[in-house]
Design a protein around this ligand. Structure first.
Ligand code: IMP
Ligand code: MG
Length: 173
């Protein structure tokens, strides 16, 4: 696509997602629930769930939606949950899944919402991690790729709602 440089190809992502699924299957005991953050994590959750099946896991799938960036490239600071925390999660092992951890505010906020519901065991998985950008401390248990301070699109991630459909992850020139 014009103006995009490929950072991770579809094949590179698929290989990493398979490896992540094996790691997750080894680390999380029993039947866990994946909770993806919409919309960015939708594509990753769909692929990770099927990779987890190949790894021998049987995850359930839920989603939560946080207030979005709108048209900015950076999170607005005040976060809100749109809708409710999924029901029936108390006492279940949870794998919280997002596309990117940047400042860490979104994932920390989502984790706090889940913990308010009394969830005991919570793991966090992000396809992309930007450790240099961290503003709040948050431990990410499973990371697909660690990247620098670059803005990326594709494979679920967007810029102003565009590019989510791309099978690869790219940087906007
Ligand atoms: P944080 O709250 O600053 O960690 O931002 C995390 C959220 O911002 C992720 O769920 C992404 O949806 C979005 N985000 C962060 N960096 C990027 C990027 O480079 N491209 C697209 N979306 C991003
Ligand atoms: Mg997001």
């Amino acid at each position: 696509m014009d103006g995009l440089s490929i950072l991770f190809s579809a094949a590179q992502i698929a290989a990493r997602v398979d490896a992540l699924a094996l790691e997750i299957d080894r680390a999380i005991p029993g039947d866990f629930v994946m909770v993806g953050l919409l919309k960015g994590a939708a594509v990753f959750v769909a692929d990770l769930a099927r990779a987890l099946d190949r790894a021998g896991a049987r995850p359930e799938i839920e989603f939560m939606r946080l207030s979005s960036y709108g048209f900015a490239k950076e999170s607005s600071g005040t976060l809100q949950l749109l809708g409710d925390v999924p029901a029936g999660l108390a006492g279940r092992p949870i794998l919280l899944v997002d596309d990117i951890v940047d400042t860490g505010r979104s994932i920390a906020f989502a984790a706090a919402q889940l913990r308010q519901g009394g969830i005991c065991d919570l793991w966090i998985c992000a396809l992309l991690d930007k450790p240099q950008r961290r503003g709040v401390e948050v431990a990410i248990d499973f990371v697909g790729f660690s990247i620098g301070d670059v803005f990326v699109v594709g494979y679920g991630t967007d810029y102003a709602e565009k590019y989510r459909h791309l099978p690869y992850i790219g940087t906007v020139d």
